[in-house]
Design a protein around this ligand. Structure first.
Ligand code: KDG
Ligand code: MG
Length: 412
């Protein structure tokens, strides 16, 4: 069975997505996600100009060979654009293979190790009462693990905290928040680390005393801290028994996490901006992290995330794949299939996509009892509606930029 063609579809049902559609000479169609938030057109151009022309005529079943052909054969390795493009191809080929086999993808990957993948949702609020409402909504929906983000006194807006205007995207009753905003230029937000460090422990204290010890709590520091600030935060959150503390320092300086580790037993998660196994080699072998955050969409697809997780298993490091709205329902479906199989699965992030997004992608995975389970349909279980997607053309959108109070551009 040969690949006949590969088509790139950029659409914006509620937000921007890059979707790759691969069609075989037998007429089997597979879909892959290559969405790179705020840089979507770079992946689309990489796929259209440099990858799609190489795929026609290749054996659709030779997934590993195609992965190596695109990764090693392209000479230029790694990087988010390259690895999102390879991820889109890899995921679409797994979708095809499973459809041809007549099996849900998880069966081809080794079969289920659990009933469903534990997920965490995003509760947030500008202040404690708003946050509590959001936590209550999540509990009512069945979430057992919840990420907690709040506004910080003195700061106008904080990334990751839902604003009521976001509810207009797609018309859902609940909408977590949209990481990127549609605009010609990125929004600029101000940031004050000292105010943040003072505030966060009091938030977790309030949440634990209101909701008890059973619920798993997570927090994302968005790479904003120096090693010693991160160590202080980890230590100050120890009484609240976090499931994890995410992205405490910028991911580039990996040695920083050793400093954090020296000071705290709060579990650490990192890697949503990493894209290959090489980004994890040191962190995992030195046992500086507890959870791998790379999503299938940004790290070369199912083939390479599986490889990272098998390596991580040697060190008892677990998965915690990135799952914001900028990972499309295709990427999320792939994560649900792989997560069901992985022995060292930890947790899956699950931000609910807007209704518009779900209408276009037609996902069939199900959320129940605090977890996701892929459907039993052959393949990924995605029913992508191309005609509907065409009604939502790309709209420029960016993640916000953070500035410190003195005006300096900051990490985030
Ligand atoms: O595209 C970037 C966002 O998806 C990211 O900032 C969200 O940090 C995030 C998370 O953990 O979901
Ligand atoms: Mg994050």
């Amino acid at each position: 069975m040969l690949i006949e063609r590969a088509d790139v579809i950029v659409s914006s049902p509620g937000r921007n997505f890059v979707t790759l559609k691969i069609t075989t000479d037998d007429g089997v169609v597979g879909y892959g996600d290559g969405t790179l938030n705020g840089r979507e057109l770079a992946v689309a151009s990489y796929l259209e100009g440099h990858v799609a022309p190489l795929l026609a005529g290749r054996d659709a079943h030779a997934i590993e060979d195609t992965w190596q052909y695109l990764y090693r054969g392209g000479y230029w390795r790694r990087g988010p654009v390259t690895m999102a493009a390879i991820a889109a191809v890899d995921t679409a080929l797994w979708d095809i293979k499973a459809k041809v086999a007549g099996l849900p993808l998880y069966q081809l990957l080794g079969g289920a190790s659990r009933q469903r993948c534990l997920v965490y949702g995003h509760a947030s609020g500008q202040d404690i009462p708003e946050l509590f409402d959001s936590v209550r909504e999540h509990l009512a929906e069945g979430f057992r693990a919840i990420r907690i983000q709040t506004g910080v006194p003195g700061l106008d807006s904080v990334y990751g905290v839902a604003s009521s205007s976001a509810a207009s995207v797609g018309g859902d009753t609940r909408y977590d928040y949209e990481p990127a905003r549609r605009s010609a230029l990125p929004a600029e937000e101000s940031w004050d680390t000292r105010a943040y460090l003072r505030h966060v422990p009091s938030v977790f204290e309030a949440v634990r005393s209101e909701f008890g010890d059973e619920i798993a709590l997570l927090h994302d520091a968005h790479h904003r801290l120096t090693p010693i600030q991160a160590a202080k935060l980890g230590k100050s959150l120890e009484p609240y028994d976090l499931f994890w503390l995410e992205d405490v320092t910028p991911a580039e300086n990996q040695e920083a996490l050793r400093w954090v580790r020296h000071h705290t037993t709060t579990p650490l998660a990192i890697g949503e901006v990493f894209n290959t196994i090489w980004d994890y080699q040191y962190l995992i072998s030195e046992q500086l992290i507890d959870y791998v955050r790379s999503p299938i969409t940004h790290a070369g697809g199912i083939t390479s995330v599986r490889r990272i997780m098998d390596y991580a298993a040697l060190y008892q490091v677990k998965s915690g794949m990135h799952g914001p709205t900028d990972v499309s329902p295709i990427g999320l479906a792939a994560a649900a299939h792989l997560g069901l199989v992985l022995h060292n699965f930890g947790i899956q992030e699950y931000m609910v996509h807007s209704e518009q997004t779900r209408e276009v992608f037609g996902p069939t995975h199900e959320f129940a009892d605090g977890g996701l389970r892929p459907s039993e349909e052959p393949g990924l279980g995605i029913h992508f509606d191309e005609d509907l997607a065409a009604k939502y053309p790309y709209e420029r959108a960016y993640l916000p930029v953070n500035r410190l109070l003195d005006g300096t551009v900051h990490d985030w």
